[in-house]
Design a protein around this ligand. Sequence first.
Ligand code: C2E
Ligand code: SIN
Ligand code: SIN
Ligand code: SIN
Ligand code: FE
Ligand code: FE
Length: 368
Amino acid sequence: MSKETDTRKMQLLLQYAAKIAETRELDNLLAEIADMGRLLIGADRSTVWLLDEEKGILWTKVAHGVSRIEVPMDSGIVGESVKTKETIVSNDPYSLPFFNRDVDRSTGYTTKSLLTIPMFDEEGNVFGVFQCTNKITEDYKFTEEDVTLLHFITSYAEKTILAAQLAKEIEATQIEIIFLMSEIGESRSKETGNHVKRVAAVSERLAQLAGLSESDVSLLLHASPMHDIGKVAIPDSVLLKPGKLTDEEYATMKNHTAIGYHLLSSSKRPIIKAASIVTHEHHEKWNGSGYPRGIAGEDIHIFGRITAIADVFDALACARIYKPAWEKERVRKLFEEESGRHFDPELCKIFLEHFEEFYEIVDQYKDV
Ligand code: C2E
Ligand code: SIN
Ligand code: SIN
Ligand code: SIN
Ligand code: FE
Ligand code: FE
């Protein structure tokens, strides 16, 4: 390999490593790793196959120029590589008895050479295969150097894919635990799980309509059910009181914001961090007359301003232990009056423009 090629490959490698480090979606990761392999090796195509043992297949979303391919896990060169756990260099694949001609038949592509490397998890089990197709040289042959280089890329791919899968699992677990915690918190105030579902769904939709990024919308969706988690520290005599609260009881009740914040604020996890903001700020008001800090306007985090609308909407549109639900028109009127006072006027405008849609969301999760 010439010095120039070395330098170019090094550049490519660094470029992709940087891009891959920023990528979180598994599909995009696979596409970038496949691309990196193809360019570094100088192959016409590259494919990351993943093994689905339950279904007995190998499948891919990221084959170049073709949509999802699915083959039986024991078929073809890929299947052979999974079975034997060996790297297979085939510079004349049609001569191999186990070459799967169906793939070419269905893609209309002619495979002239294949470099196939199995990918292993930490326990040494094969979970997929990295494959390059048709070396772009006159003789189409993959060399020993290609094998070495693709081994290096494959071990990088293994670690990246496993890390992404683990991150996804951890996030899913977090989301589940957070939702369960919220439900447990609400069950004490005799609310069903529907209350947290409604606040979550209303917050999510309002965040979308307000133009928040997809990742912020998702953060808020998962964080907003936690807004009242601080009520775990409020005594039953206050929390479950059927009628109006005394001033003193109301002062006790107001502590649920600061309590929730202190419970959650030490976490570095994005969803918990978002939840700590929501618990802290969902009773702040646009004009500064809210609690616990009395902050105003955009000093209140957008997550807090959105959840404030979702929370009050739910408190009015649905019955509470201390009062029945309000008529729809009365609810609308309150939001019109409180725009710019309790609520962010821009959010309030969007909310009122889609008022019927929000009622439909609430009706979906109505308590019976
Ligand atoms: P919540 O029931 O989820 O109510 C959330 C917010 O909705 C309230 O925050 C308030 O801003 C609004 N809201 C609820 N009901 C009404 C209403 O009848 N009229 C108007 N204008 N707004 C209403 P707030 O006031 O800070 O209360 C926080 C939490 O304190 C409430 O959550 C509820 O759990 C409790 N709470 C408030 N007032 C009473 C009460 O009179 N009796 C009892 N038992 N609990 C109360
Ligand atoms: C691929 O090479 O990426 C897909 C299989 C083929 O078309 O031969
Ligand atoms: C095979 O692995 O036998 C065929 C896969 C391909 O053509 O890409
Ligand atoms: C809530 O509104 O968030 C809790 C339910 C209740 O106060 O009854
Ligand atoms: Fe609250
Ligand atoms: Fe609430």
